[in-house]
Ligand binder design. Structure first.
Ligand SMILES: [Zn+2]
Ligand SMILES: [Zn+2]
Length: 503
């Protein structure tokens, strides 16, 4: 059985208010025999004050608001203005407020969950306390393996420098647009090539073949009318954003990036905007529009998808205990196949509705490890649930990777299986969620022994008995956190990490 867990979310700085769309309940098993489903990620950077404030402090609900990048620019300017003037007392926000928005006079920042990097942590904490004033910054640990690890190891946070940025400049998806942009300024010559790295010649050949650059004796030229810089998408979201439009009025509510539209604004999805609830009447991918209507359902929706991974080629490999560690190119295929409706209050499952959406493929890089049949047979003999063990190890390792590679856990995904078609062995993959790979998996490969040792320690030190969201459960699990085996994961990682003497 394969398990897949992936996707991105970028909720980072915000007051400690619940998400507009709650994350799937990791503890609620899915109905029998799910087709390797995948609960939806919460919509990209969405957060707001929920009506719970109504009960606690009746004067407050109107004085807090939500803020994220997908809101219309004029709406965001109004929110920033209201916050500066004090009309708004608090903003539940994503990292959209981290950069480029000058808000002074804030007293406190509550960071809901480890934001992924020390750089982000300090940047978010620094939203309050401008101009020498005192301020309070609180990091509220989430039920998450890395947050748990950091609570036990504060030294990993304090007294350590901001981490190096992980970037793979040779990634053709990064390098291609950059070469076009460079050529648009001054045609590229042979003398320029070493500046851009070893893969430049190959990428240029592809760009010429695709008609993006033209090669002449003097070098490579950009001959298009459009600006070459339009090719580079600095947010890396891919595709044009989907516009969320209220069908009755034609009002544009905001946008959702194309990558998350399948999970957050599919037909039938519940979409929340500034505390208002909408039902998505139709998602038209060709037109780039999601039509929504005001609604007050007593349920929320969670998209589920199937993820498959295939190995294109292993670029590097090295022995790891009795097993083998690989770094290489993979193709990940995800398709949103249905969505669950759950009652808001109880989480009770109301239905599983099929969806007809095209698969999305991602060519990226992954780090993966395999164990040969000998040790696997020994573990099976001990009664270890191998599928549950590999799945639990995968979840926990995804949770810990951000400590070793500068990334958000939502930038990485994983697949684990007792028997993978391409390796013929028990295999755990952790892949980079960016097209072409952003260097995250490579960093995992380079630091695999430290990374997997910390993973083992995070599982072992968790006080739960059989696994919990702080260690092996994942809010993004493709299989509803089934099967999972905490004791099995420890045995599996012990086997993998034990010094191995070649016979
Ligand atoms: Zn636990
Ligand atoms: Zn999973």
């Amino acid at each position: 059985m394969a398990a897949a867990c992936s996707s991105r979310e970028s909720v980072t700085v915000r007051l400690s208010l619940p998400d507009e769309q709650p994350t799937p309940d990791a503890d609620t098993p899915l109905p029998a025999d799910p087709p390797i489903p995948h609960p939806a990620p919460p919509p990209d950077d969405e957060a707001t004050a929920l009506p719970s404030l109504d009960d606690e402090a009746t004067a407050l609900p109107d004085r807090v608001a939500a803020y994220r990048a997908g809101y219309l620019a004029e709406d965001r300017r109004l929110l920033e203005k209201a916050l500066r003037s004090g009309t708004l007392m608090g903003l539940a926000t994503t990292n959209a407020l981290e950069l480029g928005v000058d808000v002074s006079g804030l007293d406190a920042v509550l960071i809901a969950g480890w934001p992924g990097t020390r750089a982000s942590l300090w940047q978010q904490a620094g939203r309050a306390g401008r101009d020498g004033q005192d301020a309070l910054a609180v990091l509220i640990a989430r039920d998450d393996p890395l947050d748990t690890y950091l609570v036990h190891h504060p030294e990993a946070l304090f007294g350590r420098p901001v981490e190096a940025i992980v970037l793979d400049p040779d990634n053709p998806y990064v390098l291609g647009p950059h070469l076009c942009a460079a050529a648009a300024e001054i045609p590229l010559t042979h003398a320029d090539l070493p500046i851009f790295g070893d893969t430049t010649q190959d990428v240029l050949t592809e760009l010429v073949k695709d008609g993006l650059l033209r090669q002449r004796a003097a070098g490579w030229f950009w001959t298009h009318r459009e600006r070459a810089t339009n090719l580079a998408d600095i947010r890396g979201g891919g595709g044009a954003p989907i516009q969320v439009v209220e069908s009755a009025t034609g009002r544009l509510l905001g946008t959702v990036d194309e990558a998350s539209a399948h999970t957050s604004v599919h037909t039938g999805a519940i979409y929340l905007h500034q505390g208002e609830t909408f039902l998505v009447e139709e998602l038209d991918l060709d037109a780039g529009v999601a039509l929504v209507g005001s609604a007050e359902p007593d349920y929320s929706t969670f998209a589920r998808d199937i993820t498959e991974i295939s190995v294109l080629r292993s670029l590097r490999s090295t022995p790891l205990g009795p097993g083998t560690l690989h770094f290489g190119e993979v193709e990940v295929t995800r398709q949103v196949v249905s969505y669950l409706r759950r009652r808001v209050q109880s989480g009770e499952l109301l239905g599983d509705e099929p969806l007809d959406l095209p698969p999305r493929t991602l060519r990226t890089r992954a780090v993966w490890w395999t164990l040969p049949s000998g040790p696997i047979a020994d573990l099976a003999e001990e009664g270890v649930d191998l599928g549950g063990a590999a799945h639990a190890a995968e979840h926990a390792s995804i949770g810990l990777l951000p400590l070793f590679a500068t990334c958000d856990r939502w930038d990485i995904g994983g697949v684990s299986t007792e028997l993978h078609a391409d390796t013929g062995l028990l295999t755990v993959f952790v892949y980079d969620g960016h097209e072409g790979g952003a260097g995250i998996a490579e960093r995992g490969y380079a630091r695999a022994s430290d990374w997997l040792t910390a993973t083992r320690e995070a599982i072992a030190s968790c006080e739960c008995e059989r696994g919990c969201p702080s260690c092996i459960q994942s809010p993004k699990c493709g299989n509803g956190n089934e099967p999972l085996s905490k004791s099995g994961a420890l045995r599996l990682l012990d086997t993998l990490l034990r010094p191995h003497s070649q016979p």
